[in-house]
Design a protein around this ligand. Sequence first.
Ligand SMILES: [Zn+2]
Length: 292
Amino acid sequence: MKSLREALAWAEKNQVAIGHFNISDSEGFKAVVEAAKELGVPVIIGVSEGERAFIGLQEVVSLVKIARGNGLDVFVNADHTYSMEKARAAIDAGMDSVIIDEAGKPLEENIKLTKEIVDYARSRTKGRTLSIDSQGSTLVEGELGFIGVSSKVLEKLPDGVSQDSQTKPEDAKRFVEETGIDLFAPSVGNVHGLVKSGQPKLNIERIKALREAVKVPLVLHGGSGISDEDFLSAIAAGIRVIHINTELRLAYKEGIAEGLKSGEIAPYKFMETGVEEMKKVVRERLRLFNKL
Ligand SMILES: [Zn+2]
């Protein structure tokens, strides 16, 4: 697979979902890529605005280029981007995809701003040198329906997330058609972060209805804490990318804390347990999403 578009077509054909894991640094990158390599499946590296500011936009693109050069199907996504300027910068850097997140705005405004980024991505298809997509285009993901904004451990469901806030198929159809997005992230009972009082159940019937209503791959955000059974039903209903962040962050932190207990001062030694703990999470999720 040379491009993310091809990987998505492969996932559709095989009725599986591609795992999307957020990272902040090269240790996270190493953990995700090594786990995907072991299992021989494609994977998406996600970097939010904060994460990509930390690792560096060009730096993460370079790491992905190296992995791709080694024959691995590794892609990089500029996760939740709230500023138009940062979305354009991600496209200019040649990232495989960018999420313009205007889900907090009214539908009309969300359509207008999302379409602006789609048009920009298309206009940059030709003549750029940094592209890592064989087709030269950064895919654009749009989001409709509120699912919360935090990748933390939450005491309860965030305010504003309810059955009512789930994406309606007729709105989704209009949103996808009018913006021309390549990937669509709906609200279907999923929520960002890990909810202590229990993760809500996914609305599988709604996923099926959305799949019928729109022609682009569906992306499930806020995967941390969702049950295996719900994941498999969601994949069968048409989800093609699943985002995992919070549980990877927890594994990393706990792994490093363990590594530091030894009194070791060589970073490559005390960080190793952090990498190993992250790999365990990634492996387990990739096996489930790819039905291995
Ligand atoms: Zn998300």
